[in-house]
Design a protein around this ligand. Structure first.
Ligand SMILES: Nc1nc2c(ncn2[C@@H]2O[C@H](COP(=O)(O)OP(=O)(O)OP(=O)(O)O)[C@@H](O)[C@H]2O)c(=O)[nH]1
Ligand SMILES: [Mg+2]
Length: 186
């Protein structure tokens, strides 16, 4: 019997959630891809219509379970179901688009996953980002009084996604410490 720690991959259509899970999963992931009829939003052949599931084995008994949401907004009724029991989420965001779309996505996902933000951990991983996109993201978070780690990551790059995962787990561990323990630890 494997004890799985659940990590969720969130973010809009075409952000690279399925790509990232496929890139780091030890087993071939379970995917629910269907033909993409929304090519105007993301020009790719397929899109996730239910969820992705992958797994990284830590040892014989423990694993990290990787769940990916379907990014299209008309599937957002599935998001609260998929977020249940997650230690935290990697919020992938494709920045190869307009500033307005990036800001709208930040707002949508920070709001829709506010419970995860309050009770667990979220790390923002910017895909196809440049300096301008990174500043835009930092400024938006500051203006909205939201404190979240931000880094750049290519979902096709295993090292990038593993580093993002490690940052998420470290952030979740800090959040789990009783108040004051961070200062006492020094
Ligand atoms: N050139 C380039 N292609 C990328 C990059 N990141 C992702 N891709 C490609 O963009 C696509 C991302 O698609 P998915 O992984 O299906 O995205 P998703 O977030 O799962 O999207 P939905 O399931 O539709 O919500 C894939 O075809 C990747 O190969 C990148 O940094 N550069
Ligand atoms: Mg997908």
């Amino acid at each position: 019997m494997i004890n799985g720690t659940k990590i969720l991959f969130i973010g809009p259509m075409g952000a690279g959630k399925t790509t990232a899970i496929t890139c780091i999963s030890d087993d071939p992931p379970i995917k629910t891809e269907a033909s993409n009829s929304a090519r105007h939003i993301s020009d790719k052949q397929t899109t996730t219509v239910a969820m992705d599931f992958g797994r990284i084995y830590m040892d014989q008994f423990n694993a990290i379970d990787l769940y990916g949401i379907p990014g299209q907004e008309h599937f957002d009724f599935l998001w609260p179901i998929l977020e249940k029991g997650a230690l935290g989420a990697i919020f992938l965001l494709n920045c190869d688009t307009t500033d307005q779309i990036i800001q709208n996505s930040l707002e949508k996902f920070c709001n829709d996953f506010s419970r995860l933000r309050d009770n667990s951990a979220i790390v923002i991983a910017l895909n196809r980002a440049n300096e301008n996109a990174v500043s835009l993201c930092h400024n938006w978070l500051r203006e909205n009084n939201i404190v979240l780690p931000v880094l750049m990551a290519d979902p096709r790059n295993r090292d990038d996604i593993i580093m993002t995962l490690e940052l998420l787990i470290a952030t979740a561990e800090v959040d789990l410490l009783p108040e004051g323990e961070i200062h006492d630890a020094g």
